[in-house]
Structure formats: structure tokens, C-alpha cells
Design a protein around this ligand. Structure first.
Ligand SMILES: Nc1ncnc2c1ncn2[C@@H]1O[C@H](COP(=O)(O)OP(=O)(O)OP(=O)(O)O)[C@@H](O)[C@H]1O
Length: 315
């Protein structure tokens, strides 16, 4: 794998800032009074489907005006500001790549649209960053999902922006392509850029970035270091779905435990609410073993992103 080292000045002005920002589409409030700051490095914009992530990214890119509040990039208002466009790249969620072009033609067209003084050199450099040199002369329609996505990243950074926004960049990628893209985003962040990517997959964000902005129903639900948010999550009651060789007897036994706040016997198994994850899981195995009950499944059932988000919103 070739590593292209790009010599670039670190732009300390690459801070994206939202202050009291709302956006509504008719009666739909998509973004509601959000204030946040994003600086150099990789940040994950996390939220369930429909949370308002795309709307936030489009306001940052200057495609959409805020209905209320201010959005600035490097201290300048983002809305319809060519100075901001010159230093910002956006990789949209929808994959509208013309399949009949080669990656080279596609990235070169982007360089020309930006009016760069030497479009061919800029396209060559961008294709080098995403490591697509060997495939650059093939039609995009022949590429894998990961390669198409990398061509789009190359087109978005052909003008060497300090800020790169990516909307759900890992959608539909296999694990290998995902690793490659994560590596690429890290390399770009190491060069001093501000990289913001949206996702609705908690694990994806956890792997790529310690810093997250969590949006739920248009509002900022949590902001900062991911581990800190995880710590908050450990305080909530945990819900497990348990299957065993004798659910009825196990239900009675669990009811008597201090770490358990509720047990329901359901067709799929026992739904158990426990106050402390560690104490409960340890006690559960002991209780089952002592009574000769075989545990066949112990599944945390409330760890979907939506549940985590509801907890964050409620706390
Ligand atoms: N052009 C539009 N007209 C009306 N409502 C819209 C429009 N675009 C988005 N919305 C609504 O605004 C809310 C936020 O949408 P947005 O696309 O920003 O969320 P998202 O977090 O990016 O979701 P997804 O991951 O599903 O794309 C949703 O309720 C959506 O239905």
C-alpha cells in the first residue's frame, strides 16, 4: 500500500461552530437549537435515522441556511459563502456518481469546477490520497462500493480543504472497505484537517473517533468524549432477555435478587431489568448453577442505539 504524504499547512481556523441553530422544513423541525463546536481531528455525528444529521451537515457546508442561529466555518458564515466553499469538502449520502466516467475524469471535473490553477496536478494528488492510482482509468461503474466512495472522497478533497464533511460514508461497505476508509480519515485528520462524519451505527463511531456529537430528534443529546457517554450509560437499568431450561423457576429466583428490579415471563423468555450489569450477570450464573438450571441465552435487549439515545435524552 502506498502512503502519500501531503505537505500542507495546519489550518487552525478549521473550526466549525453552530450557535443556537434550528432548521425547519415547513412544519417539521429537523434541527432544534443546537450549539456545538468541532475542531481538527475526527468527530462522529451520531444519531438515529431522521435525527437531523444530514440537515446539520448541509448547513455546515453552506447548502442550507439555518432558520435560526448561526453556522460558521473558520469564523465565517457558511451560508452561500464562496470563501467557505474553497476550504470545505462534502461527501453526500446519496451516491450520485456518473458510472460512465473514470475516477480520473470525475476528480478532474471536480478540480476544474473549483477553478484550480493546475487541475490535473490537484486530481493526481487527490487520487493518490485515496490510493486509487491503479484503478483511476477504469469506469466508475466497474468499481466496488468502497472504491466508488473513495472516488467521491477524492473529488471532495481535490481543492485540499481543511474541513471534510462525510454523510454516512460507511453505508453498504464491507469490513475491509470500512477499515480502509477509517484509515484514510485518520490520515487526513493527522494532517490537521477537521473531519466530521455522520453515522447511525454506534460501533462505527466508537471505532473511528473518541469524540462524538449525538443528535436525537433534532436536539444535541450528548457531546464530547465517547467513553464519558458510555459511563453515563452504565447508570441506567439494563434489560436482558434470558432463556433457560426452566424459565418459571428462574423467574422466581431472580425476583428475590437485590440487583433485579423487574422480571416478566414472556413467550420468548424472561425479560429482566437489572440495576447493575456486573453484579447481575455474576449472580445470575451462580443462582442458575446452584439450582441446576441451564442458561441457553442471556442477551442484553436494550443496547440498540435508539435505546441509548432515549436514555441520553432522558438524563
Ligand atoms: N426536504 C425536506 N422536507 C421535509 N422534511 C425533511 C426534508 N429533509 C429532511 N426532512 C425531515 O427532517 C428530519 C431530519 O432529517 P435529516 O435527513 O436531516 O436526518 P438524518 O439524521 O440525516 O436522517 P437519515 O440518516 O435518515 O438521513 C426528518 O424528520 C426528515 O424527515
Amino acid at each position: 500500500m502506498t502512503t502519500v504524504v501531503v505537505d500542507r499547512k495546519v489550518n487552525t481556523e478549521s473550526t466549525v461552530e453552530l450557535t443556537g441553530v434550528s432548521h425547519w422544513y415547513g412544519n417539521v423541525v429537523a434541527v432544534n437549537d443546537v450549539t456545538l463546536t468541532i475542531g481538527p481531528g475526527v468527530t462522529g455525528l451520531l444519531g438515529p435515522n431522521g435525527a437531523g444529521k444530514t440537515t446539520v451537515l448541509h448547513m455546515m457546508a453552506g447548502f442550507l441556511p439555518p432558520s435560526q442561529g448561526t453556522v460558521t466555518v473558520g469564523g465565517q458564515s457558511a451560508w452561500r459563502n464562496p470563501d467557505v466553499y474553497r476550504d470545505l469538502g462534502l461527501v453526500t449520502e446519496r451516491e450520485s456518481v456518473p458510472g460512465y466516467l473514470t475516477a480520473w475524469e470525475f476528480v478532474l471535473a471536480s478540480a476544474k469546477l473549483h477553478g484550480l490553477p493546475n487541475p490535473a496536478a490537484a486530481a493526481e494528488r487527490a487520487i493518490g490520497i485515496v490510493e486509487m492510482q491503479d484503478a483511476k482509468d477504469r469506469r466508475i461503474s466497474t468499481y466496488s462500493k468502497g472504491m466508488r466512495q473513495r472516488s467521491r472522497v477524492a473529488a471532495a478533497l481535490v481543492h485540499d480543504p481543511s474541513v471534510l464533511l462525510l454523510d454516512e460514508p460507511f453505508n453498504g461497505m464491507d469490513p475491509r472497505q470500512r477499515m480502509h476508509m477509517m484509515d484514510l480519515l485518520h490520515r487526513m485528520a493527522d494532517e490537521g484537517r477537521t473531519i466530521l462524519f455522520s453515522s447511525h451505527i454506534l460501533e462505527e463511531v466508537e471505532q473511528l473517533s473518541g469524540t462524538v456529537q449525538v443528535i436525537v430528534a433534532g436536539r444535541l443529546a450528548a457531546s464530547g468524549d465517547y467513553r464519558h457517554i458510555r459511563r453515563l450509560m452504565t447508570n441506567r437499568p439494563h434489560v436482558f432477555m434470558i432463556q433457560s431450561s426452566d424459565n418459571r423457576v428462574l423467574a422466581t429466583l431472580l425476583m428475590g435478587l437485590e440487583s433485579v428490579s423487574g422480571v416478566e415471563l414472556e413467550p420468548a423468555g424472561l425479560q429482566v431489568r437489572a440495576n447493575d450489569y456486573g453484579t447481575f450477570t455474576r449472580t445470575l450464573s451462580k443462582v442458575a448453577r446452584d439450582k441446576g438450571i441451564r442458561l441457553t441465552a442471556v442477551l442484553p435487549s436494550d443496547e440498540s442505539l435508539e435505546n441509548v439515545f432515549s436514555y441520553l435524552v432522558a438524563s
